[in-house]
Design a protein around this ligand. Sequence first.
Ligand SMILES: *Cc1c(COP(=O)(O)O)cnc(C)c1O
Length: 356
Amino acid sequence: MIPISIPLLGDEEKQAVLEVIDSRQLAQGPKVEAFEKTFAAFCGVKHAVATSSGTTALQTAVLAYGIGPEDEVITTPFTFIASANAVLFAGAKPVFADIDERTYNINPHLIEAAITPRTRAILPVHIFGNPCNMEAIMDIAARHGLVVIEDACQAHGATVGGRKVGSFGTGCFSFYPTKNITTAEGGILTTNDDELADRARLIRNHGQRQRYYHEIIGYNFRMTEIQAAIGLVQLGKLESFTAARRVNAEYLTQKLKGVITPCETNGSRHVYHQYSIRVPDGRDHLADHLRERGIATGIYYPLPVHKQIAYQQLGYTDRLPVAEKVSREVLSLPVHPALTQEDLDRIVEGVNSRWS
Ligand SMILES: *Cc1c(COP(=O)(O)O)cnc(C)c1O
């Protein structure tokens, strides 16, 4: 079976883990600091704050901006649930703006209509590694005095106009095993704002600047030295992974017939965390057809966030027709760097033969 994703770890990662174990320093220390510095340089930002997951990076960002009860944050319904949950964890309310049918990202034209006196932030998600329209989003934020938290959990190394995602607002990345690079579990927050970075560090570590002196009520959202050591090795491989993903995606886009292929917006660099096509008719049939041919697929996401039972119980009754339609039609095909030319041809043959 060709898997939909696979963590690519080798001898260097194994060696890095063994070195940490031998060092006896396991909790947040010099490896985490080195990982933060390297990641900040990679993104072109002043600060990076490593966390235990992408979810806790998002939660830290929302809390560090002082967003709380009575506040609203505008986000997309077409994402992994953690994007919106991070707002709920702070006691604030996620407000959903529908997506663009071609990019699957939040539609900037609909953000403005969702702004109320309570709106504090916009939380765009670079879904599948395809950057949002950051020019439009930053412009809306500036005109309305809002902050921007980018959910870049799927978009390590993606760029808009040559500038890395996570450097426009405050960025949040995940290193879960299916992501473009992994630390097993892990996350990181990126920002150019000195004060925000300082608050994020306090929130992550029980409000301590100095051990056992607590300035604020914080959490244990720390990354371990083992994770950071793996992350340092993985970060060194990210550009080659991304190049392979892009070559694979380009091949699929050239060869696939009768399906809607992903779009790359002018001036932006898609990093293809997922290669998600749309099949307006017979999506599930195609998934079965591919499975029979030894090709795994994924449906990200079968149900938009506002339609989840957990959100229905909170009273969400939104109608967001584009997100709802896209959820019924998307199908992700393998695009990861471990695919061989033979795998790619099997995927193409599988998709193009589905009605025969
Ligand atoms: C993976 C992911 C998250 C959460 O990251 P974790 O590390 O799994 O907590 C948040 N948002 C998006 C869009 C993601 O893909």
